[in-house]
Design a protein around this ligand. Structure first.
Ligand SMILES: Cc1cc2nc3c(=O)[nH]c(=O)nc-3n(C[C@H](O)[C@H](O)[C@H](O)COP(=O)(O)O)c2cc1C
Length: 172
């Protein structure tokens, strides 16, 4: 693949095993810049990010759902939250906007030699409750997703999911 950006998109996979190597602050900064470069409806940017690098902070998250055990080995977790109020937030589009930010983080992580996995929170009420309690979030801030990140301790082949039958030209 000649184009580096396309290669990055087409080879990204969920990485759930990490080495002990911490993620450098410069890379964390780049992940957050990538997140906030995402498109958002009316450019409202209704996102907030909680960055966790302390072992005890990340371990606290490791039980918010049955599918997030990899957090116990992750040196970095980013909680993406959405602002739902109509002042600084986006009551209609925050879920979609935050999803774009999450995907940008995953792609940036892959480009930086890191690996990550998207851990869904919203709209599962019981998962939201756990995170809202841990972080004592304000009423207008909803936890959208957690991203578990680290240097990969597993390699995965690219997944070719292209399906011609899912493509409709000019009409359905
Ligand atoms: C909204 C959303 C929620 C997800 N939640 C979890 C999760 O809780 N635990 C997990 O291990 N993977 C989770 N994933 C990752 C998916 O399982 C993964 O993206 C999918 O199997 C495709 O594999 P790939 O990312 O390696 O291409 C989630 C992905 C999305 C988009």
């Amino acid at each position: 693949m000649e184009n580096e950006a396309l290669r990055n998109i087409l080879t990204r996979r969920s990485i759930r095993k990490y080495t002990d190597q911490p993620v450098e602050e410069e890379k964390i900064d780049l992940l957050l810049r990538a997140a906030m470069a995402a498109p958002s409806a009316r450019n409202i940017q209704p996102w907030e990010f909680i960055v966790l690098t302390k072992r005890e902070s990340i371990d606290k998250l490791a039980t918010f759902s049955p599918y997030v055990g990899m957090l116990r080995d992750a040196p970095l977790a980013i909680v993406v939250c959405g602002r739902t109020d109509s002042e600084a937030g986006s009551p209609d589009y925050w879920v979609i906007d935050c999803a774009a930010a999450v995907q940008n983080i995953l792609l940036a992580a892959h480009a930086l030699g890191l690996g990550g996995v998207w851990l869904g929170v919203h709209p599962r009420r019981e998962r939201q409750d756990v995170l809202e309690q841990i972080f004592k979030l304000p009423e207008n801030v909803v936890p959208h997703s957690v991203i578990s990140i680290g240097y990969p301790a597993e390699q995965k082949e690219p997944a070719n999911r292209y399906r011609d039958d899912r493509v409709h030209r000019e009409t359905w």
